[in-house]
Design a protein around this ligand. Structure first.
Ligand SMILES: CC(C)(COP(=O)(O)OP(=O)(O)OC[C@H]1O[C@@H](n2cnc3c(N)ncnc32)[C@H](O)[C@@H]1OP(=O)(O)O)[C@@H](O)C(=O)NCCC(=O)NCCSC(=O)CC(=O)O
Length: 535
């Protein structure tokens, strides 16, 4: 079989059918054609490997269960003309589409083939993706995109742009219906970056993947700034600074392995729940370590990750956006085999305050869990919202409201544990009784108040303190008074604002018991077209 000038096989390259019309000839011809398409362009494969990247088919093989991939439209070719396109019509048109299984469950996947037009999206390429997305929606199964494409195919002009529009429209339509995961595995510019932003989770690989609206050349021309591709939109930038990516990995293999892991924790669609996994970890396990992990002094820091580790099944949890807005932790884990979404303040970072980024991160996570029937566990130890000009001018009111809105709107089972302090508006926001949590538990060390004792005493006893012979002694006395009057869990428990004060060692069993009770929870929101969240 010969290869055409552009090093890609076409049906014209196949052996002449001798005209016998025999089935065996036809089958041979079909097999050769499919094998040639699957093999692709060896030189392109070498170039891809030399850049430290896998080919689209190698990626699909790593993502899916072995031998489970069913490809559709491998025979598709574009019909565009101009700029030499009529002479260059490779099969697949630069995107491989189909479905397979991950841990035995159906998953739809499309993967850009960078060897063909740099994975750039033209009309045929786009309509293949549209068809796959429609199938994923109809079948009610997750969609994973393996992105390695140069954006709109320049030679196809507005038809390429319209192709992107069709993807965005479907991303939005499928939002909250099927899980959508975007894996960034190459330079993704312009249109190639917008679709991932509409999906539930974005994965990136360090060094080899980038996302930007315009590349470094355009940035230099417009703003005069000099920056490399990775500096502008590499994995660490998006996982730690912009918050666009939820996860960053060192290589494609570990990245795709983690996509498989994430899928194992998600339901197939919004009408199902996540798979339950048998566990040897006893539901009534007493968590003695919790007594020492959380310091009594409300100003002393500790690592909330260790608390989560102690509570969840097999000490195993999967953190979403672990390097962005680290003052709040969002994680998926299992409790007695059932998946839960954990939102936890992190005293080890910025004392666990809520700020603009933390509010946005948690709001998005709460919304994602609610869309996919994943119950929410909130572990609260929060000193308040972060004060400051930057925060106020940056719109902390608007961003904080996103988290408030997401919790208030969530109809999944919701359980709150207040570990230590919970002050002011931040207490209300972190899924308090008044905004609809189903079960609220507190540790005996807990302090719920409008603000810390010192601040409170300075405001409400200002006159007494100023008039005292010894203002400092008076301040200390008033602080103590405020603490003993108000700042303990029994004040909230007496008023029904927490349902129970528990021994910290019983946290795991109390959570599991509450969530088991709530498994049949059914909640309806008032009929409306949709809410108007402070996006
Ligand atoms: C993506 C890249 C950084 C990759 O660089 P590399 O050095 O790895 O690869 P490369 O430049 O040799 O490209 C590989 C092959 O893909 C082709 N190629 C690259 N980009 C293309 C595009 N957008 N349309 C059609 N073909 C394209 C190249 O001509 C080359 O073909 P051959 O192998 O035949 O030589 C660069 O190619 C690039 O900057 N491309 C332009 C990106 C872009 O501006 N896209 C439009 C976004 S606008 C958009 O999407 C809408 C919007 O938001 O405005």
């Amino acid at each position: 079989m010969s290869i055409t000038d552009d090093r890609r096989v076409t049906t014209d390259d196949l052996p002449e059918d001798p005209g016998t019309g025999g089935l065996s000839e036809q089958l041979l011809r079909l097999r050769e054609l499919k094998e040639a398409i699957a093999a692709g362009d060896p030189a392109g494969t070498e170039r891809q490997h030399a850049k430290g990247k896998l080919t689209a088919r190698e990626r699909i093989a790593l993502l899916l269960d072995e031998g489970s991939f069913h490809e559709i439209e491998a025979l598709r070719r574009h019909r565009a003309t101009g700029f030499g396109l009529e002479k260059k019509k490779p099969h697949t048109d630069g995107v491989i589409t189909g479905w397979g299984t991950v841990h035995g469950r159906t998953v739809f996947v499309y993967a850009h083939d960078f060897r063909i037009f740099g994975g750039a999206l033209g009309e045929a390429h786009a309509t293949k993706i549209h068809k796959l997305m429609d199938l994923a929606e109809s079948a009610g199964a997750p969609l994973v995109s393996l992105n390695d494409g140069a954006g709109a195919r320049i030679q196809e002009g507005v038809t390429a742009l319209a192709g992107y529009g069709g993807i965005f429209q479907r991303n939005t339509r499928c939002s909250g219906v099927i899980p959508q995961i975007s894996v960034m595995l190459g330079p993704c510019a312009g249109g190639a970056a917008y679709s991932p932003a509409l999906t539930d989770f974005v994965f990136m690989v360090r060094e080899t993947s980038q996302m930007f609206i315009t590349g470094p050349d355009v940035v230099r021309a417009v703003t005069g700034e000099e920056i490399s591709q990775n500096g502008l939109g590499g994995a660490d930038v998006h996982a730690s600074i912009s918050g666009v990516a939820a996860f960053a990995y060192d290589d494609e293999e570990s990245c795709l392995e983690e996509v498989r892991y994430l899928l194992s924790m998600l339901p197939q669609n919004n009408r199902e729940t996540s798979p339950v996994e048998e566990t040897e970890d006893p539901a009534d396990r007493s968590v003695d370590a919790l007594l020492d992990l959380v310091p009594g002094d409300p100003n002393q820091s500790y690592d909330m990750r260790k608390v989560i580790e102690e509570i969840v099944d097999d000490h195993d949890f999967f953190e979403v956006q672990p390097t962005w807005a680290t003052n709040i932790i969002c994680a998926l884990a299992r409790l007695d085999g059932h998946v839960v979404g954990i939102v936890a303040n992190q005293p080890a970072s910025l004392a666990g305050v809520l700020d603009i980024h933390a509010s946005e991160k948690a709001a998005r996570f709460v919304q994602t869990c609610d869309a996919f029937n994943i119950p929410l566990v909130s572990l609260v130890d929060v000193p308040g919202f972060l004060p400051g000009v930057d925060q106020e001018h940056g719109g902390i009111i608007r961003h904080g409201a996103k988290l408030l809105y997401a919790y208030c709107n969530a109809t999944v089972p919701r359980v709150q544990v207040i570990l230590r302090k919970a002050y002011g508006g931040a207490y209300i926001v972190m899924d308090s009784r008044s905004i609809g949590v189903d079960v609220s538990l507190a540790w005996p060390s807990n302090e719920i108040a409008v603000m810390g004792a010192e601040g409170a005493a300075n405001v409400i006893f200002r006159r007494e303190i100023a008039a005292a012979d010894d203002p400092d002694a008076m301040r200390q006395q008033k602080i103590k008074e405020y603490q003993s009057e108000l700042m303990h869990p029994y004040y909230a428990a007496e008023r029904g604002l927490v349902d129970d004060v528990i021994d910290p060692r019983e946290t795991r069993s109390a959570l599991i018991g509450s969530l088991a009770m709530l498994r049949t929870k059914h909640a309806n929101l008032p009929s409306r077209k949709h809410g108007n969240p402070p996006v």
